[in-house]
Design a protein around this ligand. Sequence first.
Ligand SMILES: [Zn+2]
Length: 366
Amino acid sequence: MVYLIKDVISHLESIAPPAYQEHYDNSRLITGDADAEVSGILCALDTTEAVVEEAKDKGCNLIIAHHPILFKGIKSLTGKTYVERTIIRAIKNDVAIYAIHTNLDAVQQGVNQKIAQKIGLQQPRILAPKKGILTKLTTFIPAENADEVLQSLYQAGGGTIGQYAHCSFRVAGTGTFLPLDGATPYLGAAGTESRVEEVRVELMFPNHLRARMVQTLKAAHPYEEVAYYLQALENEHQEVGSGMIGQLPEPMEGREFLRHVKKSMGLQVLKHTALSGKKIQQVALCGGAGIFLLPAAIHLKADVFITADIKYHEFFDADGQITLADIGHYESEIYTKELLKDLLSQKFSNIATYLTTIVTNPISYL
Ligand SMILES: [Zn+2]
């Protein structure tokens, strides 16, 4: 079986749609040809020249990295920065670089769930679910066609809420229409008003599936003109958003918990605010720079919030309400490469997939 780079990308994007990335992000294929055959994949947190070299040595023409090597436009490629040198080396060696960053942070099966697993949290859920990314579709279908049309809409990605698929609501009623000259109606005749037993069907879907949902509806619906409404919803999407919160199976003493985090995340060091003496059970976390989630962690009564890149003054914001722990950016996200390998092996068991052995952490501890 031959797989192209675009097959790998489309699998990953079915799990972490690019539409979920933050506005400043650049999750995409950064170098390389999407139509090239995949010879092997190297999973990494960062792409550096050494990682490109490692990919070449291992016979991989695709690097899947969490952090994009390019965030903004560049006007020349002369090799004056490590970013430019990395890009040049990748292109010269025919190594494609694909980045899957804040979209992989945002999904349930993403970066934060991996951290929650490492720490042993139960029932981790999104700490700050995203709003404004759901649409409601309402449409009117002749009663006998409703099941068939709905099946197509479910297959296109509609009607899934959490662990439940095929979520819809229907109510019976009467539809009316008057086909005008030139119409070729499925029911009734031009010039005569028709009354038809229809069902009004409602279901939700994520915004980014909008084009696919409308296209599917039109293809599956028997009418020449399909009546439907799309409405933007204010609802939070419970499976998409920032950070996670979960529970330890048993409460732990503060110091014992921090030692446990150090051990399970393989840390040399962690920084934390004062321990309150209260046992720890509710744990909030966010890989990378997540201090913006502190209010959400406090609001959901987390005992501790684990993240990275916390500045001196931001530690004060814990203000006795929560324990803050900074475990380091690289350290918090290093297991993302394992996550990527796991996600790829679900579908591409015959593609050689490796974890980088290069330590790309720019920070050392003495
Ligand atoms: Zn990061």
